[in-house]
Ligand binder design. Structure first.
Ligand code: ADP
Ligand code: F6P
Length: 321
């Protein structure tokens, strides 16, 4: 049987995952592989939801958000018997390697499948949170930031009309990457992220000083990882006397057409993953460093720390008063 490359999306979906699936499929077909699309993450390997993908099956998806392969969280995959069952399934399909598009959790699964089951696995970072240590960029991050920014620009209109303070909660899981970037790009008066200690009194003081200087409406961006947007909203109203409203942007940030940056990065990463498998390489996570595609050992990738962009955070703060 002709050798195959498997591809799956796992964990939270992210705009640009489809562009990565397309790139993996087409790059692999060009190299003479069959491509197996596995549905609903690792669940698809356990349930046999696996279908061959042709070049045409991935037509018209580069511009679509979500993932045509569906995605899921598969709790059994943390247990050895299930990993062994998945490895058997891969072997039955004559899979030479598996490309896993997802986050850290998905890469742990990939590392286990390789170590215990002997399947060559390559990870591609796909998450809006940009919280994967070994790469400066993750697929979906740019689209999510642009969506959040578009929403904040709309909120700003109503905030301005009512002389209000608008607190906007953005996603990011435990990281403040989306928050610090959209706060900078929207000119928010303050940005609260899990990486920097939260000081509500200081934010209120900043708002009060700007208010005294005739600034009438305010945007405060809060990363979801700070965990108390409602409390923060109430406290700010109490300390400033300005009518303050909370908007939680939520899953709107996960959908929509991927931006140029996400489509290009996804295409580059997909091709690189196939190139690695075709050279017999396993246990790598594809990433981006200084705008170049790189790959990093999967265990090292999982153990790395990613420093927060404190310089951007400070600049954002300094530009608003
Ligand atoms: P992400 O990949 O976005 O970090 P999750 O943490 O939800 O998302 O992980 C996605 C899936 O990866 C899980 O549902 C599970 O199938 C698998 N996974 C997560 N953690 C592990 C682990 N420690 N060992 C094996 N598989 C894991
Ligand atoms: O990892 C992407 C993400 O959207 C995070 O920003 C958020 O914390 C989480 O997933 C939400 O997960 P769910 O879709 O399960 O609510």
């Amino acid at each position: 049987m002709q050798k195959a490359i498997g591809v799956l999306t796992s964990g939270g979906d992210a705009p640009g995952m489809n562009a990565a699936v397309r790139a993996v499929t087409r790059a692999a077909i060009r190299k003479g592989y069959r491509v197996i699309g596995i549905q609903r993450g690792y669940n698809g390997l356990l349930n046999g939801e696996c279908e061959e993908l042709s070049c045409r099956d991935v037509s018209d998806i580069i511009q679509r958000g979500g993932t045509i392969l569906y995605t899921a969280r598969c709790l059994e995959f943390k247990e050895e018997p299930y990993i062994m069952k998945a490895a058997e399934k891969c072997k039955e399909m004559n899979m030479d390697g598996l490309v896993v598009i997802g986050g850290d959790g998905s890469f742990r699964g990939a590392a286990d499948l390789s170590r215990l089951g002997g399947i060559k696995c390559i990870g591609i970072p796909g998450t809006i949170d940009n919280d994967i240590q070994c790469t400066e960029y993750t697929i979906g991050y740019d689209t999510a930031m642009n969506t959040a920014l578009e929403m904040i620009d709309k909120i700003r209109d109503t905030s301005q009309s009512h002389d209000r303070c608008s607190v906007v909660e953005v996603m990011g899981r435990h990281a403040g990457w989306i928050a610090v970037n959209v706060a900078t790009a929207s000119g928010a008066i303050a940005c609260l992220t899990p990486e920097v200690p939260v000081d509500i009194e200081k934010v209120a003081q900043k708002i009060n000083e700007a208010h005294a200087d005739h600034k009438e409406h305010f945007i405060v961006v809060v990363a979801e990882g700070v965990e108390d947007s409602e409390g923060i909203t109430k406290k700010l109203q109490e300390l400033t006397g300005i009518e303050t409203r909370l908007t939680v942007l939520g899953h709107v940030q996960r959908g929509g057409m991927p931006t140029v940056r996400d489509r290009v990065a996804a295409s580059q990463m997909g091709c690189h993953a196939v190139e690695l498998i075709s050279r017999g390489i396993s246990d790598r996570v594809v990433g981006m460093k200084d705008n170049k595609i790189i790959d990093v050992d999967i265990q090292e990738a999982l153990a790395m720390q990613k420093p927060f962009d404190e310089e951007l955070y400070r600049m954002c703060d300094e530009l608003t008063f």
